[in-house]
Design a protein around this ligand. Structure first.
Ligand code: SF4
Length: 327
């Protein structure tokens, strides 16, 4: 493991200052991803800024939204009464992620910032444009069973690994961040990015900014939502395909719909055209099949992940059926 300095920040401003003064410094919270990456020499920050002492663990209702502090633990959020009552979709997604032990350590901010689990990214003996820009993409012609079918580039076909983020993008969340010029809000859909020609950049956060909280606007989806995750084993495995589905149903007609997929793209993949196709329609399996067909338009498979083109629409339909109470 590389040598690094360690500093404990006592305020968010002090953490931002430390990031601003050292472009090779990184924030550490639970460390459930960053420490692994450092042990394997995939990431080598020369300074860690520990933010565990900052008062950022609160979950509170305010002005038509729920605010979740960046240091709130994944298990704390999943079990929070307010979250279970108002946003059960988020609670389900969190409980589908990682293991109980990791959920007890991992923070919300760290979950958002976690990096892809592409095997080539983690093995420093193999080419990877995300780890080492210009070295090539081992997965393009290699083992790409877990990889993306939407929004890929010739540079990278990795997927975003989080479950929580799939629910958050479906719930129209916003990320509140602090930087040298003050605070700013980033819509969740714009936080993570597609690989394009810069796969080394996972998101739109600047080097000297840190996440303070996530905000979820109040909505009418609490009665009819579902997170469905398909994976190789029942626990402690990343999604092959996952779907966050949320409906606002009036009688039998869908008034509003939110739909997002995980395990299919470099960012949480929101399905807006499919959402539009659901609105005004009866909540039936036929409606859900039509939306799933629209959702999969433009999907492109690689040698080992063509199964996602069949699995994807089936998971969308099943998630929507569960959300609508049809199963
Ligand atoms: Fe690296 Fe992305 Fe290619 Fe994986 S898919 S090897 S992360 S460039």
């Amino acid at each position: 493991m590389i040598q690094f300095q360690y500093e404990r920040a006592s305020t968010a401003q002090a953490a931002v200052n430390a990031l601003t003064n050292n472009s090779n410094a990184k924030i550490i919270a639970g460390g459930t991803n960053l420490v692994d990456l450092m042990k394997r020499n995939v990431m080598a920050p020369n300074k860690l800024i520990d933010i565990n002492a900052l008062p950022l663990r609160e979950i509170r209702q305010q002005d038509g939204k729920i605010s979740i502090g960046a240091m709130a633990l994944n298990s704390q959020v999943a079990d929070d009464k307010l979250i279970m009552e108002k946003h059960p979709l988020l609670s389900q997604a969190l409980n589908a992620g990682a293991s109980a032990q990791i959920r007890n350590m991992a923070s919300v901010g760290g979950n958002i910032m976690q990096r892809t689990r592409c095997h080539y990214f983690y093995d420093t003996a193999l080419p990877c444009n995300k780890r080492e820009p210009g070295s090539g993409c081992g997965a393009l012609e290699g083992m790409n069973r877990m990889h993306a079918v939407f929004g890929t580039s010739e540079q990278c076909i990795a997927v975003h690994p989080s479950d929580m983020c799939i629910a958050l993008v479906a719930l129209d969340a916003t990320v509140l961040v602090a930087g040298p010029k003050g605070e700013r809000r980033i819509p969740f859909e714009e936080f993570h990015r597609l690989p394009g020609n810069q796969p080394e950049k996972d998101n739109t956060l600047q080097n000297n900014e840190m996440i303070l909280s996530v905000e979820i606007p109040d909505n009418a989806f609490s009665k009819n939502s579902h997170y469905m995750k398909i994976r190789d084993r029942a626990s402690y495995a990343f999604a092959l395909v996952s779907v966050a589905a949320a409906l606002n149903i009036d009688g039998k007609v869908i008034k509003e719909a939110r739909l997002a997929m995980g395990g299919v793209a470099h960012k949480p993949w929101r399905l807006k055209e499919a959402e539009k196709a659901l609105v005004g329609k009866p909540a039936t399996e036929e409606t859900f099949r039509q939306a799933a067909e629209i959702a999969m338009q433009g999907a492109k498979a690689y040698k080992h992940n063509a199964f996602k083109l069949k699995l994807g629409p089936n998971v969308i339909v099943e998630a929507l059926k569960n959300a609508a109470g049809l199963v």
